[in-house]
Design a protein around this ligand. Sequence first.
Ligand code: SAM
Length: 277
Amino acid sequence: MENIYKKSEKKAGATPPPIGYELLGSTAIIEHSGTILEQKEMGLKLIRSNNRIKTVLAKAGPVQGRFRIRKLRYLCGDRKWVVKYKENGCEFVFDPRRTFFSSKLSFERSRIINNSSNNESVIVMFAGVGPFAIEIAKTHKGSHVVAIEENPYAYRRMKDNIRLNKLKNVEALEGDVAKKWKLYKDRFDRVIMPLPWSSIDFLDAAFNVSKCKSIIHIYIFGDASSIVADSWKRIKEHAHSCNFKVKLLFNRTVRTYSAKEIEVVLDIELKKPANSL
Ligand code: SAM
């Protein structure tokens, strides 16, 4: 997120309030509670202040539904919806009205790349247009990555993005993780679960696709004061009920939604007894 709050305006106590925006290639997406006219003025100001920005869109609703999509409004600049975005050495093309995407997760993606190594088998559940899967596969050419996504539009763009990044080691699958995991029992060294609203409901799938020893990265959204302790308790209970061992390796806040609500990631080591395979 960048900010166009100019010092001179701050001093003069003049108009617009500070405004953050997300930059996806040459498209800026702003969040602004003013009228559409005020939003357009802000958009023009952004274009004038940063010559990388060619199009300005505004968030026009919350992220919602099973596909985690948000309505966007065109404000000014080139009238186009498709963005070309680069991150961690990879390129992604998609229409942000039709799929979830957040550049705020780029640090988290590079953290997972650094945690991963070559020759691993990795599954990205809830893969979107493929950022986790493609960035891991491109960095670790000896890895094999499976990526599952239910939104048909995001799945098609993920396939395009795999081609765009010239990768042969990513297998994209369209469908519901709740069903598709059954194709991959006991197969993965690493499991990535980036669906913070409900990934904890997919623990069974994550445990089942894991090899006898694996690392699971689970993203969870909730109350800042209790989310890590509550989630860890639930994960431990689930593991014990399957006779598996879990160890909490690491956790961090990925982003803050409000004073009370945050998204966290828990890195977990899972061990299954050999006779359970
Ligand atoms: N990993 C991507 C990223 O970081 O940009 C997307 C994350 S987004 C929060 C979650 C994605 O999971 C959405 O694209 C949504 O369509 C998909 N999804 C939700 N429920 C799913 C399910 N049961 N099976 C497969 N994909 C699902």
